[in-house]
Ligand binder design. Sequence first.
Ligand code: NZQ
Ligand code: ZN
Length: 395
Amino acid sequence: MQNFIYYAPTEVVFGRDAESQAASMICKYGGTKVLLHYGGQSAVKSGLLARVEACLDAAGIAYVKLGGVRPNPRLSLVREGIEICRREGIDFLLAVGGGSVIDSCKAISSGCFYEGDVWTLYEHKDHATKYLPIGCVLTIPAAGSEMSGGSVITNDEHEQWLKKDYGADQLRCRFALMNPELTFTLPAWQTACGITDMIMHTLERYFSKDDDMEITDAIAEALIRSCMSEGRKVMENPRDYVARANIMWAGSLAHNDLTGCGTTGDWATHNIEHELSAKFDVSHGAGLAAVWGSWARYTRSENLPRFERFARNVMGVDTAGMSELEASEAGICAMEAFFRSLGMPTDIHSLIGREVLDEELEDMADKCTNSCTTTVGALKVLGKDDIVEIYRMAR
Ligand code: NZQ
Ligand code: ZN
C-alpha cells in the first residue's frame, strides 16, 4: 500500500431542498459578492436559477450572473469570468450546474488573482497562489468536480482545441448542495454519461500495480456494483428518488479520492479520452466508454490477477476453470456490455458517427503526450505509439 493523504474538506449538504441553503452557506464561508455561474439552459428552464437568485436576494447577497458554460467548458468564457470578478470585486463563486460549470468556476478562481495568463496554469508551467472560494449547487452526478481539486478546460482560441487539467486543494468546493430531485430532468444520455464517468473514476484508481489495499478495493468494488444496480434503476425510472440519490452520492465518492487511498491510480483512459472530447466535442463519459475496453486489453498483461479479481468481484463472472487471460476478457466484455446497455458507445466510430482518420489519431496522440515529451498511465506507462495503438484498437 502506498502512503497517502486523504483530504476531502467540502461540506456536503445532501437531500431534498438542499439548494435553499445557498445563501446561508455563502455567508458561512465569507462570501459577500457572488459570481453566479451556470450553463446553457437547464437551470433556467427548471426554475432552479430563479430559486437560487431569490434565495440570495432574500439574504441581501449581491451577485453578478454569468451563464453560457458549455459541456467541455471553454477558456474564452473563463477569461470573461475573470474579467467580471476583477471589475466587480467578486469574492465568492457559486456554480449552478455540473462538472463543466464547476470547472469553469475553478478556472476563474485560479485566474482571478494570477498575474500571468490563466492558460499557463493548465499548461502546468506555473501554480497560482491565491484563489477565489467556490461553492456549488450540483445538477448532474458525473464528473465529481464538486469534491475534487481538479478542473478541465478546453482552449478554444485560435482553433487549438486543447483540453488540459489543473488542480489545487484550494480549488475544492467549500460546500456542495446536492438535491437528487434536481437530477430528475436529466436526459437519459447525460444520466448514462454520468454513470459511466463515475465508474471510470473508480476504475482509474482500481487498476494499478498495488495489490495490497483490501479496504480501498472493497469500497471501490461495492461502489461500481452500486453504480450499475442503481444506474439500471434510474435509466428505467428517472424519477426514482432513492436511486437518483445513490447515483448522486456515488459520483462524489468516486472522485473525492476515497477509492484512491493507497493506490497510485492510472488515469490513462481519461487522458486518452480528453483528446477525443477536445477534438470532436463529444460527452466525456461517452468518450471514456469508447476507449476503456481497448485500454484494458492493451495494458492487462501488467496485472492480470487484478483483471481476474475485477471480473469476479465486480462483474460477477464465475472465473473458476478460466485462465487469468480468459477471466480478464470476460470481465472487460461484461463492463462493455453494461456501458452499451446504458446506450454508451464502446468504439470511436459509434462515438463520433464516422470512421476516425489516421491523421486524427496521430494528432490526438501527439497532443496527449505534448508532442512526445510526456507519457500517460501508470499500470503501463504509455507513449505516443501506445496511444495511437489504443485508438486504433478502439476505432
Ligand atoms: O448547459 P445546461 O443547459 O445546463 O445542460 C447541461 C449539459 O448540456 C446538462 N444538464 C446538467 N444538469 C442538468 C442538465 N440537463 C437537465 N437537467 C439537469 N439537472 O447536462 C449537460 C452536461 O453537463 P456537464 O456539466 O458538461 O456534465 P459533467 O458533469 O459530466 O461535466 C463534464 C466535464 O467535466 C470534466 C469533463 O472533462 C467535462 O469537461 N471533468 C471534470 C473532472 C473534475 N473537475 O474533477 C473530472 C472528470 O473526469 C472530467 O474530466
Ligand atoms: Zn471523468
